[in-house]
Design a protein around this ligand. Structure first.
Ligand SMILES: CC(C)(Nc1nc(-c2c[nH]c3ncc(Cl)cc23)ncc1F)C(=O)NCC(F)(F)F
Length: 276
């Protein structure tokens, strides 16, 4: 049953702007203003884009997932809005004013020091540790899906692809390849569409690379690995690179004391280090 405060009435939801397009929906910045005097809260409202391949069932699962997560490093669920007219449900979340990590880095790159990068990395780590404790696999951990709440707080968002690992299994195998780029995928996810807590750790390693490249688009994994290979054979190309032990080069601005290893065991080491 939905607790009362979970339900937002559409007539009080005032759209202000479009924030962006996620895995299969669009997200708007709205003000929930029941008093009609602009004193209401700003909220981020996600709506299923009906034309996309994802179904209402996927969206319901995303709502189920995010409403079950209570962690300082995960974007907060606020409730749902049944939009009578369009027979669709909208997901209402807290609005983080600083936007996505990519945009934040582009704007504030000059005054983000190593300490702050490590603070952000440790917060993402703690959010992922919490997610793992709930047996969730995010499956799309990337800087584009990290939001900035303040100059000293980031949160994991976009649970559109998140799955629960069944109790008797170590991993989740998806049936058809998703839309998210494979450059954040672990080898077993690229070759067998297998996702697990370990594949999330691999993606975390890629996020560390993005963080210490200040999310610099020119050093973006996609640009690094596959800018010259057409997308159809991209997976094979990437797999061969990884099999030959190729890894993303250490970002040039990365200080030597924060040597990032993108091979799996170092990821776990970094994961463990940052979380203790
Ligand atoms: C699709 C959407 C809107 N994209 C963006 N959100 C926000 C954005 C800015 N502030 C926000 N506060 C809450 C939420 Cl859910 C999103 C935003 N800003 C820029 C975006 F491209 C999004 O959800 N991206 C995944 C996320 F980044 F959130 F992980």
């Amino acid at each position: 049953k939905k607790q009362q405060q979970d339900v937002f009435e559409e007539r009080y939801l005032r759209c202000i702007s479009i924030l962006g397009k996620g895995n299969f929906g669009s997200v708007e910045l709205c003000r929930y203003d029941p008093w009609g005097d602009n004193t209401g809260d700003l909220v981020a409202v996600k709506e299923l884009q009906s034309n996309k391949q994802a179904t209402m069932a996927d969206f319901q699962r995303e709502i189920q997932t995010i409403s079950s997560l209570h962690c300082d490093y995960i974007v907060k669920y606020k409730g749902i809005c049944y939009s009578a007219g369009r027979l669709s449900t909208k997901l209402v979340m807290e609005y983080l004013p600083y936007g996505s990590l990519i945009g934040y880095m582009e704007k504030h790159r000059q005054n983000v020091c190593t300490r702050r990068l490590l603070l952000f990395a440790s917060q993402i780590c703690k959010g992922m540790e919490y997610l793992q404790s709930m047996r969730y696999v995010h499956r799309d951990l990337a800087a584009r899906n990290i939001l900035v709440a303040s100059d000293t707080l980031v949160k994991i968002a976009d649970f559109g692809l998140t799955k629960i690992i069944p109790v008797d299994k170590e991993y989740y195998r998806v049936t058809q390849p998703g839309e998210s780029p494979i450059f954040w995928y672990a080898p077993e996810s690229v070759s067998e569409l297998k996702f697990s807590h370990k594949s999330d750790v691999w993606s975390f390693g890629i996020v560390l690379h993005e963080l210490f490249s200040y999310c610099d688009i020119s050093r973006n994994p996609k640009r690094k690995i596959g800018s010259y290979v057409q997308s159809s054979s991209m997976a094979i190309h990437l797999l061969n690179l990884l099999k030959d032990n190729w890894r993303l080069p250490m970002p040039s601005q990365c200080p030597p004391k924060v040597k990032i290893k993108t091979d799996f065991y170092m990821n776990v080491f970094v994961w463990v280090t940052l979380t203790n």
